[in-house]
Write a protein that binds this ligand. Structure first.
Ligand code: PLP
Length: 408
């Protein structure tokens, strides 16, 4: 009899955002002719940079010729891309070894996969509200324990992250082993500056913990005191894995490419107390479980680092950030409590009259035909909040804001 991994049954059957689509579809059936504006999505909407498209066309041509055809990619990724990544890090004062970069098919896979190279008994810390994948990966890997009456997982340490902390996570009072940090954060759009992040690096050094640093929104950083990489903080190479993605910067959500950094200095321990460089385990995992990302896509990612690639990516990011700033200013003008939208495409705000998230979601949909993401989808502490994103079109963003003006 084949047994199931029952931990999977402890997570929701469908990804948590499907409920939004269900409700929007129900609305559409009753109101087929209304124009709905989606400010809820975390997906990009603008096409790929031309430079990326050209590079991929060229790569397709190469694949069609005998002399330039390529088979399997090296499991870690092609040198041509890794070299550009290293140069990019050097431009912000961070020097990394070539072996520490692992190209992946986007940040999400590695966020989930990291659990495979870490012992099962590690205590995981997660800020809440949170990108749901950190918690789901913890549950599926059997590390979460059981669900308590307060709807929290017994073995997970939830980092305080609320109005009181301006939605920046607070250090735990107990010892934790693995800490997921997202900077700039999804869903709150808030950022940690160098001083705040240093506290986490120091904590991790003191407790032999590891930080899984999700920098998927790194390209959106607009504030000078917010580090572009965790490795700008002294000592971080000993404790942090950094994960980046081309999804939200260069529009790769459908193409799939990103990378993770596993510095040589980062150690984990056996039960006998022996030190093991985590990169050694990760290399084994990569070699055994994946044949990497396609040559064509890696050539597309490489094009992001050319002069015009960089400028096209900057334009894309600026476009979404301008939308976010339009939303942020409108909500502030309406007198709401607002976070994010400065170094992030996300704007997080308290619902008017502290309404429950889903109630306000329905009001937005039925009265203004606007779709937001209810804060509760990011954890219980998101209740009473809503997330809007700058990923809509400029026209849609302006239209949505004028629908709300003087009404909320
Ligand atoms: N990390 C965060 C915080 C995200 O919001 C997302 C996607 O929305 C991801 C990772 C996944 O990004 P990717 O498309 O690179 O898998």
């Amino acid at each position: 009899m084949a047994l199931a991994n029952e931990n999977y049954l402890k997570t929701p059957e469908t990804y948590c955002f499907d409920e939004i689509d269900k409700r929007v579809n129900a609305y559409k059936v009753l109101h087929p002719n209304t124009r709905i504006i989606r400010l809820g999505v975390g997906d990009v909407t603008r096409p790929l940079p031309n430079e990326v498209v050209q590079a991929m066309h060229n790569a397709v041509d190469e694949m069609s010729r005998q002399e330039t055809f390529r088979g399997y990619s090296p499991p870690q990724g092609y040198d041509f891309l890794i070299e550009k990544i290293l140069k990019d890090y050097r431009s912000c004062g961070v020097s990394l070894d070539k072996e520490s970069i692992f190209i992946n098919d986007g940040a999400k896979s590695d966020i989930g996969n990291i659990g495979h190279v870490l012992g099962r008994d590690n205590i995981i810390a997660i800020a809440e509200p949170v990108y749901p994948v950190y918690e789901h990966a913890t549950i599926m890997s059997g590390r979460a324990g059981s669900l308590t009456e307060e709807q929290k997982w017994s073995n997970v340490v939830y980092l305080k992250c609320s109005e009181e902390t301006a939605f920046v996570p607070e250090l735990p009072t107990e010892k934790v082993d693995i800490i997921y940090l997202c900077n700039p954060n999804n869903p709150t759009g808030t950022t940690m500056n160098k001083t705040e992040l240093k506290k986490w690096v120091d904590y991790a050094i003191e407790h032999d913990s590891i930080i899984v640093y999700d920098a998927a929104y790194q390209a959106y950083i607009n504030e000078p005191d917010v580090p572009k990489s965790i490795y700008e903080i002294k000592g971080a190479r000993k404790v942090a894995i950094e994960i980046r993605s081309y999804s939200k910067s260069a529009g790769f959500t459908g193409l799939r490419c990103g990378f993770a950094v596993f510095p040589n200095e980062l150690m984990v321990y056996t039960l006998m107390g022996e030190k093991v460089p985590l990169i050694k385990l990760w290399s084994r995992r990569k070699g055994n479980y994946t044949n990497g990302v396609s040559y064509i896509v890696q050539r597309g990612a490489e094009a992001v680092y050319t002069k015009s690639g960089k400028s096209e990516v900057q334009d894309l990011v600026r476009y979404y950030l301008t939308n976010a700033s339009i939303i942020r200013n409108e909500l502030l003008d309406a007198g709401l409590e607002v976070y994010g939208g400065i170094s992030s495409p996300y704007v997080w705000f308290k619902t008017p009259d502290s309404q429950p998230s889903w109630k306000f979601f329905q009001q937005l949909l039925y009265d203004y035909q606007i779709v937001g993401t209810p804060g509760i989808l990011f954890g219980l502490s998101g209740e009473g909040y809503m997330r809007f994103t700058g990923f809509s079109s400029r026209e849609g963003t302006l239209d949505a804001m004028s629908r709300l003006r003087n009404n909320i």
